[in-house]
Design a protein around this ligand. Sequence first.
Ligand SMILES: Cc1ncc(COP(=O)(O)O)c(C=O)c1O
Length: 443
Amino acid sequence: MTDGETPLPLPFGYRDSALYVEDVPVSELAARYGTPLYVTSEARLRENARKLFGAFRPQWPRFSLLYAVKANSNPAIVRILASEGCGADCSNPAEIRIAVDAGVPSDRILYTGAYPRTEELAAAIDAGVRVNLDDPELLPRLLACGRPPALSFRVNPGETEAGPEGLRFAGPDAKFGAPLEPVVDGLRAAAAAGIRRLGLHTMPGSNILDPAHFGRLGRFLATAARRIRAAGIELEFLDFGGGLGVPYRPSESPLDVTEVARQIATALRSAYPDGTAAPTLFAEPGRYLVADSTILVTRVTHTKAHPIPFVGVDAGMHTLLRPALYGAYHPVYAVERRETEPHPIQHVGGPVCENTDVLARDRRLPRLRRDDLIALGIAGAYGFSMSSQYNNRPRAAEVLVRGAEGFPIRERERFEDLVARTRLPPHLTGTLLPPPVGPSGGR
Ligand SMILES: Cc1ncc(COP(=O)(O)O)c(C=O)c1O
C-alpha cells in the first residue's frame, strides 16, 4: 500500500508485493548499499528527455534542451541526459565543469549566475560557454573578463502567478532578472561591444502545471522580441527557462507538455511569421527531467504512538530538504506492501534535531515496524542536491538502475568526510590544559 494516490511513474512499480525500480527490487538495493539511498531509473530519465524533444521539435524545429544541472548534478545523470542531446544550464563554474566533464559541448552550456563574483564570470569566459546575465549592469564586469561566444539577459516579466509559493521568481520583489527596457539597453551595449549572438532569457517560476502559463510566457517573449527588433537587434536565441511541473500530490495531473509546446510556439510565431529568422528556442528544465526518475529509500528506525503517530526513519531534512524548506509534498510508498493491515494516519519524521524535520504529514500508511523500508517518491529534483551534513550526518548514497542492474553513482559519505577539512589551530593541539586560574581563583 502507498499513501495512496500519487501514481508511481513507470518503470517504478510493484511485482507481487515488492517495490521494483526497473527490474531490481528496492529491498535488494537497500540491503546492498544501505539507507538512506537515492535510487534513479535510467530509463525514466531518457524517457523524460525524449518526451520533451518529442513535444517541442515538431512545433519549433530549432529547439534545444538545457538540463538545469542544479536539480541533480550527479555526473552520471548529466551524462545520460547529454547522451539524449541535452545541453546544460549551469549556475556556477562548478556546474560548468560538471557539464563539460560529462561531455556537453560548450555551445550547449548556458551559464546564469545570480549575483556572481568576478571570478565566476571569468571562469565562464574561460570555459567558452554562453553567458546569461541577471542584470545588464553586470556587462562591463563581464567584458573586462572577455567576450562570451553568445550572451543573453534575464528579463523579469513582472507579476505572474507562476508556480507555488516559494517557487516564484518574478515580479516586483523578485531577486532575479531586470525589466525589459534596461535589458534592451544591455543588448544594444553588448552589440556595440561586438557580441553578435544575442538572446533573451526569462524564468518566472518552478513546478508549474498549467500549460496556459507557458502560453502567457510565450506571448511575453514574443512582445519582448518585437521590441528588441525595433531597437535594431535580431535575437539568436530565446530561453523560457525551466518551470515545467510534475505531479507530486495525488490531486495533481501531469503537465501536458505537447500543449505547452503548442502554446509557446503559437505565441512566438506571431513575432516570427515567416520562420526564417526564427531564433533557437531553449528550455532549461531541471525538475521535469529528473524529479520522477528517483526515489529516496529510507528505513524505519522507530515508531511512536503519541502524542500523534510518528514513523521515525533514517532520512531527514538533511537528506531531503524540500518538505522542511517549503512544505513540499512527496508521496510515500511501502517497499513491501501489506494490504490486509489497517492504514492509520501517520507522520514520517527524520532524526535531525529540528521540529521541522518531518518528511511527510498526515499520510495513510500501513502500520510500519522498525526496519521496514519506505520510499519517498518524486525525489530526483532538488533532493540530493539540497542535502547537507547538518547534525553531522554524512550525505546519502546514490544508485542508478538500468534494467536488472544497479550501479553506485555516489558513495555514501563517512565520518571522515564530516571533518576532512577542519583544522585545529596550534594552541588547541596537544594535551588539553586546565582553564587558566583568575586572581579570584575561579574562571
Ligand atoms: C535559471 C534557472 N533555469 C532553470 C531552472 C530549473 O527550474 P525547474 O527545475 O523548475 O525546471 C532554475 C531553477 O531554479 C533556474 O534558476
